[in-house]
Design a protein around this ligand. Structure first.
Ligand SMILES: Cc1cc2nc3c(=O)[nH]c(=O)nc-3n(C[C@H](O)[C@H](O)[C@H](O)COP(=O)(O)O)c2cc1C
Length: 180
């Protein structure tokens, strides 16, 4: 492998999305190029200017117009962090009504290694659809992070959310795959 591997970081509208720069920093340390795709709701949680300065690429959130150049190189791997209840359920069900979901749904068919770090409270996680969605994603080969849902209305669990776990999950899956 000679080319620099490229990671798409998909950011959803969860309380800790504003810390996504931590994953970008960790990925850069491991020599990844990084592009961020935010859900339309997730975009509001990010300091877009700071993220674009950090990655060197525009944040993608909406589909480009036909004929426009592709703003990001192709992905060698995808990390969804943080992943919301909403996006996890829609992704598992094959709904692609945001650019982020379109990329995730397509990544499966393209065989692109994908990791998801859910950030969901225990009340949302108790909904039967959530467990089914995670099972579906695991069946699709998606690597699921170990974060245990936090208590609702208790301030979240940012202190135990391990951004770098996305890279730990993806690295073994990438052996022999990253030719770009
Ligand atoms: C301040 C705030 C924090 C939120 N935190 C979370 C969260 O941690 N996890 C989650 O699943 N949803 C959270 N939500 C709800 C999602 O933002 C909402 O379901 C949204 O539709 C998700 O959109 P997306 O999946 O397209 O990013 C939060 C909403 C707000 C306003």
């Amino acid at each position: 492998m000679t080319a620099q591997p490229f990671l798409y970081v998909v950011v959803c509208a969860a309380g800790i999305a504003g810390d996504a720069h931590k994953l970008i920093t960790a990925a850069h340390k491991q020599k990844w190029g990084v592009g961020v795709i935010a859900t339309p709701q997730g975009l509001g949680f990010l300091d877009a200017e700071a993220i674009e300065a950090q990655t060197g690429y525009p944040i993608r959130s909406a589909w480009r117009s036909p004929g426009d150049p592709r703003p990001l190189p192709p992905a060698d791997a995808v990390a969804v962090a943080p992943a919301t209840f909403n996006t996890i359920n829609k992704w598992a069900a094959g709904i692609a009504d945001t650019l982020a979901l379109g990329i995730l749904c397509e990544a499966y068919g393209m065989g692109i290694p994908t990791a998801v770090l859910p950030y969901v409270n225990a009340a949302m996680a108790a909904h039967p659809a959530y467990g089914r969605s995670l099972d579906q994603l695991r069946d699709m080969g998606v690597l699921v992070g170990s974060y245990e849902p936090h208590r609702p209305k208790a301030g979240g669990g940012a202190d135990r959310f391990r951004w770098e776990e996305a890279l730990e999950l993806l690295t073994p899956a990438l052996v022999g795959k990253t030719a770009n």
